[in-house]
Design a binder for this molecule. Structure first.
Ligand code: NAP
Length: 265
């Protein structure tokens, strides 16, 4: 039985397996009750039963296909109306490894619906309540392809770049309202993601693949340390700071009344 104090309710999407299931476990250990969202009821029920035994917290299972309007609406309603919610982990997502030319357009469309549209709508649903209550946490699972889209399928990279940019903007909007925001950029993590994406994780060099447990533990440590952007693999935080400083250097000149001289206009 877990003795941690009650931290309210965390909603974790994509909680039936992989990174999301680990988040559910760690957050319960930290004192959250957890609403587990995914499509596979059998897996969600089994996880809820195990974690109830292990942590003594409360778990609610919500089956929803977040690739559909109906599924997203079901979770939006919960996020809007359950005032015990203090945390949202936007984790559900799919990837791909094929080039655009070799990809199925409908699958790319479905990926954007899940990785971008659902994540955006769920965030929009929870934010007003968190602002009103003056507290809360939103964790958005991006990916290192958000800053390095050349690595895998470009639509996948684009969706994760969206998650990163959206999180940076959310932080800007919410930082003075008591709401904490974090984007997590995992590198290759050992989950079923890779089978669904089209390349078995066993085909990757072991030296670049992290366990889901280590990844989530590091991401939560980053959250505890107040990081807006957490890259669990990155040895030197200073390297990210240089990248961010370069972005900030651009800021004063990104919008001007005349084209740059080199265009000769
Ligand atoms: P995973 O093991 O395949 O788990 C994905 C989770 O999302 C499952 O719980 C799945 O549950 C759920 N899901 C998939 N489609 C869904 C839908 N339409 N509606 C609702 N839930 C859905 O993958 P993972 O590695 O844990 O990935 C989690 C997140 O991490 C994703 O956003 C992924 O892009 C990101 N990420 C992963 C890696 C990696 O190398 N693994 C690296 C960087 C970022 P159901 O099938 O039961 O619905």
């Amino acid at each position: 039985m877990n003795q941690a104090s009650n931290k309210g309710t965390a909603v974790v999407t994509g909680a039936s397996t992989g990174i999301g299931a680990l988040y559910a476990e760690r957050l319960a250990e930290r004192g959250y009750d957890v609403i587990l969202v995914a499509r596979n009821r059998e897996r969600l029920d089994a996880l809820a039963a195990r974690l109830t035994d292990e942590t003594g917290r409360s778990f609610e299972v919500v089956t929803a296909d977040l690739g559909t309007t109906e599924g997203v609406r079901r979770v939006e309603d919960i996020l809007r109306t359950d005032s015990s919610i203090t945390m949202l982990v936007n984790n559900a997502g799919v990837g791909a490894t094929a080039t655009l030319a070799d990809s199925d357009a409908d699958k790319m469309d479905a990926m954007i619906s899940l990785n971008v549209v659902a994540l955006t709508r769920l965030t929009k649903a929870v934010v007003p309540g968190l602002i009103a209550r003056g507290t809360g946490t939103i964790v958005n699972i991006s990916s290192i392809v958000g800053v390095y889209p050349e690595l895998l399928n470009g639509v996948y990279g684009g969706t994760k770049a969206f998650v990163l940019a959206f999180t940076q903007s959310l932080h800007h909007e919410l930082k003075d309202k008591g709401v904490t925001v974090q984007a997590v950029l995992p590198g290759a993590t050992s989950t079923e993601f890779w089978d669904i994406a089209g390349t078995a994780v066993e085909h990757l060099p072991a030296s670049i693949v992290m366990s889901a447990s280590d990844m989530v533990n590091a991401a939560l440590a980053g959250l505890d340390q107040g990081e807006l952007i957490t890259i669990p693999s990155l040895p030197e935080q200073a390297d990210w700071n240089v990248y961010e400083a370069a972005r900030q250097t651009l800021a004063p000149n990104l919008s001007r009344d005349k084209p740059a001289a080199r265009y000769g206009v």
